[in-house]
Design a protein around this ligand. Sequence first.
Ligand code: PMP
Length: 323
Amino acid sequence: VSWTSADGWKDRRIEKYGPLQLDPATAVLHYAQEIFEGLKAYKHADGSIWTFRPDQNAARFARSAHRLALPALSVDDFIGSLAALVRTDISWVPDGEDSSLYLRPFMFASEAFLGVRPALEVEYLVIASPVGPYFAGGVRPVSIYVSEQYHRAGPPGGTGDAKFGGNYAASLLPQLQAQKDGFDQVCFLDAATSTYLEELGGMNVFLVMDDGTLHTPELGSILEGITRTSVLRLAADRGYDVVERRIPLAEVASGLESGKIKEFFACGTAAVVTPVGRLAGATFDHEINGGEPGELTMAIRQELTDIQYGRAEDRHGWMRRLA
Ligand code: PMP
């Protein structure tokens, strides 16, 4: 669907997948005025197709749009676009354990104009692709390097809490460096002081303490993950005290050393809940839980995927039927 400042949103359409033709002066190519979302469509045993908390993605998309000076898209249009795409051919949604149809809604400045001001022409699109399990051959704990050199986004007031491509562009070099050094993922610290744990390039992080509490970095300059919000809820349901706060890296390093931190996991739509088996930085390198997936980590992972695939009761009303 296309937007112009004069006419608003119009021309809703579904087209065969193919290349876009863009003017070389298209604003997004120069000033990166764009945002996106990521969610999945799951096939349940009876053949019905569902997605997980799309209202939350719609709300986050609206916040991202506001921050990037892009036009608002209604919750109904956002969710309606997902349903319309999935219904064109539900056979795109794969069968099988932990397989799904990945949905990628995005919006970008399509006006051909070389001037730094919000574009007067914008496109909103959704593309989709079947995806298999994130971990082929079973869940495997990942290793993470905490970068004190690079940041993925800005301090509060920057774009860290928007799902904006620039944050991801900034994460590419540190991610490459971490991989060269033998790690799976890079974890970023807060950009203002390089002191507090923030998140990975595409996942939020959690610590499970030996006193039965669960801690995660507070909101502000991180992306408010829908998986993060859901994990907070499921952990509270299990009787865990959940704490959102600023978590100094120094405290994490010493907590791993002393055994106060029992489990460490990352979470996001793509990999659901992922155990972390090793965490390292410039001055420390620790194995976590003997390099094995933690008990709470795996229990929450199981519970969340059971809800998403319709194997467990959706007691919080998180699932939305698409087809
Ligand atoms: N942080 C970042 C930077 C991300 O890109 C993502 C993936 N969207 C997440 C966290 C996790 O968010 P969600 O649970 O909504 O996928």
